[in-house]
Write a protein that binds this ligand. Structure first.
Ligand code: 5GP
Length: 182
């Protein structure tokens, strides 16, 4: 059965990254992460809500012991442009002091969100702190951030699907698609 998206279907643009490409890349990322964190005390910090689908698939492929905790930060609201203001709506439940922490993001755009999160989590004294993002849009970067694991580098277009939203819609689309603005 073809998935019914919703009444705004004309805003859903072309497929940028297919389901098959995502599946393949996630297996590679999970293998790399499993090798790099073998014997370590891995806590994955998932940034809600956009990374929920990514982490569900990634977690299933990670072959070493790992813990998962969640944080929620502000998104773009109903806009496709970054506001530059980062707010934490939900903080971690776990203590990350002395742990090997891997932040799992959906997308890094201007870099402001990840820069803020890295600074914030560093104050909690993790043993190590790295970033994994499904998508990287380097063309829009305003803050320099170090990203250890990148799924795909994409052009500076607003994308939806596979967890990513526009005004909370379209997250359940199974591939990454371009969003057509009015
Ligand atoms: P940054 O702070 O790097 O500018 O943006 C990070 C956040 O903005 C992401 O976690 C995501 O919520 C949102 N974002 C950035 N680019 C896109 C995009 O192309 N599509 C969607 N849906 N969200 C985006």
């Amino acid at each position: 059965m073809k998935k019914r998206i919703n009444k705004m279907d004309e805003k859903v643009g072309k497929v940028l990254i297919s389901k098959e490409q995502i599946e393949k890349r996630i297996k590679e990322l999970a293998k790399q992460i499993s090798q790099d964190y073998e014997g370590k005390d891995l806590i994955c910090v998932i940034i809600l809500r956009g990374a929920f689908m990514f982490v569900t698939d990634l977690a299933k492929e990670i072959s070493i012991p790992a813990k998962f905790d969640f944080m929620a930060t502000s998104s773009y609201g109903d806009s496709t442009k970054s506001s530059g203001v980062v707010r934490i709506y939900k903080d971690l439940d776990m203590n990350i002091e002395g742990k090997d922490v891997l932040i799992i993001e959906d997308i890094v755009d201007t870099g402001r969100t990840i820069n803020y999160l890295v600074k914030n989590l560093k104050t909690r004294n993790p043993k190590s702190l790295e970033v994994c993002t499904l998508l990287n849009k380097p063309a829009n970067r305003v803050v320099n951030v170090k990203i250890k694991y990148v799924g795909f580098v994409i052009p500076p277009e607003f994308v939806i699907g596979y967890g990513l939203d526009f005004a909370e819609d379209y997250r359940h689309i199974t591939e990454v698609r371009v969003f057509k603005e009015d």
